[in-house]
Design a protein around this ligand. Structure first.
Ligand code: FAD
Ligand code: PHB
Length: 405
């Protein structure tokens, strides 16, 4: 006999989307259970995003889980775009009336949110096996899973599918009920973490003849770097020395700036994809974050989109459980999709203007340089970049999702 459990919102996945949603619901007095396939250390140690939009930082603060980002996050008022051997600064704060981005690793965000979850005493099952959802069209959908050798059946008011791109929630929706929009790119990113003090206080996005490269960081002692490689590149092909040689070739500018070199402590290759599945709701299953959409990392939007989705979802569940309203549930997908598509467009544009494409012509190449030349010499163009990079305004207020403004 499976162990029978009940909750208002069953959440599949303890990534940023699932954990943020769980805490937003907790603050509204709404019960949830989180079911996560991996163990705690795996979830925390996965190296992924690092850039938080202003609105994501504000959300963490308003939720009372912002102490880490406040004390250890690195606020950046600008970024650099580098091409033809020269860095050009885009003053994000000046162009957006004082907004900025904060560099704070996704690992740290997830660690802070797991701590907050454990403090609430509400359930979070790590290492759940054979997770499946059922009864999505009924008013009592279920999540089934094995935990510690015991079958569980979790009856839910709603299910939030926060299980990422390779999760089970999206594939549980009949294919005919979903529209899928997808673009793959003919390259991926080779990324490293290195024990080296950041050589620049802000991010540097580089277009070089050999392809894209990005300088970022995680802390005053850890540098994060990426460069464009073929999509199926094996990391084993790259010795540490070869990685550094390629990084330095692409990033060194004519004034002699280059990243500091140090011991490589993590490395991997990430493929690039744009993907949207819509609507983000089927019956009582709501998809949020990477479960519904993926962006190429060039715009640094993935984690931020997960945060904005769950703000809209928290409002919907709060409206239902606290005021008996269903209109916010019904609007959920449309509200999210508007923001998702703007982020898709921005991420596609950042990616297209800064990478080398195998089939590009000499004309394409000149146009790309002109694009960056225009961008870095026009205040209007820089303002457009800046307002999107720091994050477009959310359609949903914190107050409507049950948070203080
Ligand atoms: P996820 O973080 O994927 O969380 C989903 C959770 O669900 C995971 O904990 C997973 O273990 C769990 N899960 C999966 N299947 C099941 C199941 N069957 N049952 C239960 N649990 C399940 N974004 C950037 O902005 N910059 C970057 O540099 C960047 N790098 C990335 C590198 C990689 C390799 C990947 C995959 C993503 C990267 N992203 C980056 C995107 C960003 O990390 C994601 O947008 C963000 O993690 C989305 O959060 P999420 O909670 O929706 O999904
Ligand atoms: C990162 O720091 O990992 C990072 C920064 C900016 C991006 C992508 C990744 O666009």
């Amino acid at each position: 006999m499976p162990a029978a459990l009940e909750t208002q919102v069953g959440i599949v996945g303890a990534g940023p989307a699932g954990l943020l949603l769980a805490h937003l619901l907790h603050l509204n007095g709404i019960d949830s259970v989180i079911v996560e396939r991996r163990d705690r250390d795996y979830v925390i140690d996965r190296v992924r995003a690092g850039v938080l939009e202003q609105g994501t930082v504000d959300l963490l603060m308003a939720m009372g889980v912002g102490e880490g980002v406040r004390s250890r996050g690195l606020r950046h008022d600008g970024l650099y775009v580098s091409f033809k051997g020269q860095r050009h600064r885009v003053d994000l704060a000046d162009l957006t009336g004082g907004k900025a981005i904060t560099v704070y690793g996704q690992n740290e965000v997830v660690r802070d949110l797991i701590d907050a979850r454990l403090e609430t005493g509400r359930p979070l099952y790590f290492e759940a096996d054979r997770v499946a959802v059922d009864g999505l069209d009924s008013d009592r959908p279920v999540i089934r899973f094995d935990h510690d050798g015991q079958d569980h059946e979790l009856r839910c008011g709603f299910i939030a599918g926060c299980d990422g791109f390779r999760g089970i929630c999206r594939p549980s929706i009949p294919a005919a009920a979903l529209n899928v929009y997808e673009r793959t790119y003919p390259f991926g990113w080779l990324g490293i973490l290195a024990e080296a003090a950041p050589a620049c206080e802000e991010l540097v996005y580089t277009l070089h003849d050999r392809g894209f490269a990005l300088f970022s960081m995680r802390s005053p002692t850890v540098t994060r770097l990426y460069f464009q490689v073929p999509p199926d590149e094996s990391i084993d092909k790259w010795s540490d020395d070869a990685i550094w040689a390629e990084m330095l070739t692409r990033m060194t500018t004519r004034d002699g700036w280059a990243p500091n070199v140090g011991r490589i402590i993590q490395k991997g290759v990430t493929p690039m994809r744009s993907f949207v599945a819509a609507p983000m709701r089927h019956g009582r299953l709501f998809l949020a974050g990477d479960a519904a959409h993926i962006v190429p990392p060039t715009g640094a939007k993935g984690l931020n989109l997960a945060a904005s989705d769950v703000l809209v979802l928290a409002r919907a569940f709060k409206g239902f459980y606290k005021c008996g309203r269903t209109d916010w549930l019904d609007e959920y997908s449309a509200v999210c999709e508007r923001r998702v598509w703007k982020a898709q467009r921005f991420s596609w544009w950042m990616t297209s203007s800064m990478h080398r494409f195998p089939d590009e012509t000499a004309f394409d190449r000149q146009r790309q340089i002109a694009d960056l030349d225009y961008l870095t010499s026009s205040r209007a163009a820089m303002t457009s970049l800046a307002e999107q990079y720091v994050g477009l305004p959310a359609e949903v207020s914190f107050e409507s999702a049950g948070l203080p403004q």
